[in-house]
Write a protein that binds this ligand. Structure first.
Ligand code: G4P
Length: 529
């Protein structure tokens, strides 16, 4: 198969949702279609159970499972599908944001009864800003939920999307009879009372045909006709270009649990979803069809085996062919690195591969050379953009609790930060270290992992910080910036990359500081123009 055909057949995407909307169930059903797993339940365990915040065995188990399920790849109708797993737990939102830099599209799962929830809003906002193509799947139609049109309105308004339904439910909950597939003009209906058997789609180009009344009953047939009429009137026709540009979002309805509407989703997905897309670097736009290799690290898993300091860096291939035992430039370190056993992912297994193509994820064994965001090339000096750090929500001083183990503590902190577990800030004034996290759960994870993987102990101390603001002076030499540094000295720190950060204690402080020092820009992310 030629290089271009390899690119053409790849679909790399992520599934995002608020916890419990059905992401795991849907993933599993997609894997079943791809023949990648034989029975339901295989992916199910990849969840941080609610309320299990102190269950460290659980955390360890999760880490094990999450390596296995970080990338789930399978073949379906000659397409290579790569699903990148995103943690649903909100305390790991930053991990999800980073994974979103490596996908070419996403499927957003929404619970028909709960509608748009908080976590969906946050994640979709990120996708919208990055213009990632999105398909919406409204799940749990076997239960009573909101009216389909109301939901479409809610999705448009709360998520700020421009939707167009590609399937539409016939009834809901107890009366859920099936789905009209607008995309393929087919009717899919449940057969049997238990709603477990699903008919193959019946071609049904003309819904006015009396046959429809016979199949779903007169009342449901008439309702469907009216609803479809309304849809064609109100919603724009599906336009693939707009979808790929992030300007239109097709919507599907179904029930992942009952495997209803999932095949329709997958069949349409492989037709319309984008193959590996170009990606912006700090110097230029890199096209996936370019022959020279480029890729970037979006995730790191460390110390799966405590006896070896092994880490697995997940690299998304942006362009070219990744080959085993071939030296590539590690741009940040300015040195050549090669890999004798790069892993590719297939279903829940990983295996050593000789070649990988754009859209694929390779897992590289690493002894500490990689950080999230690192770029590999065949020699070109460039870095992929779009993996910023966001301001954490929680901040605490970290103290060494065992003076004999200071070295281990700092090494452990260093490596956990490379993995992206949390962010470390070092105060300019006294060199004290502050850990910033998205959720409170990370503090427990860090403490536990420092002890178990590095033999170090730490304690935390509260500090009143509201947000970390990355500082961008218009002119480093002007008096205003000098004064800012002098006055705010106590609140200035460096992040791990050595960038200057202002740790503001309240929204009011940020506002005041901005108006007092207008030439000193404060940003909530580490990447800005
Ligand atoms: P998540 O990954 O988004 O957190 O959600 P997950 O798939 O784990 O689904 C959350 C719950 O919703 C599960 O029930 C799952 O069985 C159920 N679910 C998923 N899809 C559907 C659907 O189409 N219809 C209905 N009725 N339920 C659905 P649970 O009770 O929390 O877990 P379990 O005991 O079933 O494993």
């Amino acid at each position: 198969m030629s290089f271009l055909e390899e690119i053409e057949k790849r679909r790399t995407f992520g599934i995002i949702s608020h916890p419990d909307a059905g992401k795991t169930t849907l993933t599993e059903k997609l894997l079943l279609f791809g023949g990648a797993i034989q029975e339901a339940g295989a992916v199910k365990n990849n969840k941080i159970k609610k309320g299990a915040t102190s269950d460290f065995m659980e955390i360890e188990r999760q880490r094990g499972i999450s390596v296995a399920t970080s990338v789930l790849a399978f073949l379906y109708k000659d397409r290579k599908i790569n699903i990148l797993d995103t943690p649903g737990h909100k305390d790991f939102a930053e991990d999800t944001f980073r994974t979103l830099t490596a996908v070419d599209s996403v499927i957003v799962v929404i619970d028909v009864a709960k509608g748009v929830e908080e976590q969906t809003e946050k994640l979709v906002k990120v996708c919208r800003m990055r213009k990632i193509p999105m398909i919406v799947f409204i799940n749990k139609l076997d239960r009573e939920g909101k009216d389909a049109f109301d939901l479409l309105d809610e999705v448009e308004q709360k998520l700020n999307l421009k939707v167009t339904p590609l399937s539409f439910p016939i009834g809901m909950g107890y009366d859920f009879k099936g789905i009209y597939n607008i995309w393929e003009k087919k009717l899919n209906i449940f057969s049997g009372d238990n709603k477990q058997t699903i008919s193959e789609g019946i071609e049904f180009k003309d819904v006015n045909h009396p046959e429809l009344d016979k199949i779903v009953g007169e009342k449901a047939a008439n309702t469907l006709r009216e609803e479809l009429e309304l849809i064609y009137e109100v919603y724009p026709e599906f336009d693939q270009k707009k979808y790929i540009a992030g300007d239109q979002q097709p919507v599907f309805f179904g029930s992942a649990l009952n495997n209803f509407g999932v095949k329709e989703l997958l069949d349409c997905f492989i037709d319309i979803a984008p193959n590996p897309q170009p990606k912006m670097s700090n110097t230029r736009l890199v096209d996936s069809k370019e022959n020279k290799l480029s890729g970037f690290v979006f995730k790191i898993h460390a110390n799966m085996d405590p006896k070896h300091r092994d880490r697995l860096a997940f690299v998304k291939i942006v362009s070219g062919t990744f080959k085993r035992n071939t030296p590539y430039l590690h741009v940040r370190l300015g040195k050549k690195v090669k890999f004798s056993s790069p892993n590719a992912f297939f279903a829940e297994k990983k295996q050593i591969v000789d070649e990988s193509f754009p859209g694929d994820i390779v897992g590289l064994h690493d002894t500490g050379n990689f950080k999230i965001g690192d770029t590999l090339t065949e020699g070109e000096q460039m870095n992929f953009k779009g993996i910023p750090s966001f301001s954490p929500e929680h901040f605490r001083y970290v103290n060494n609790a065992d003076p004999m183990k200071a070295k281990q503590l700092y090494k452990g902190l260093d490596q956990l930060m490379d993995e992206g577990v949390a962010q470390l800030f070092t105060l300019d004034m006294n060199g004290r270290r502050i850990i910033g996290t998205v959720g409170a759960l990370q503090y427990e994870v860090i403490q536990y992992r420092l002890e178990h993987e590095y033999g170090a102990k730490c304690t935390y101390e509260n500090i009143s910080v509201h947000k970390a603001c990355w500082v961008q002076p218009e002119d480093e030499k002007n008096e205003e910036f000098k004064e800012f540094k002098r006055v705010k000295q106590r609140y200035l720190a460096k992040d791990k990359q050595g960038q200057m950060v202002f740790l503001a204690d309240s929204p009011f402080t940020i506002q005041m500081t901005q108006s007092k020092y207008p030439t000193v820009k404060l940003h909530f992310t580490s990447e800005f123009e």
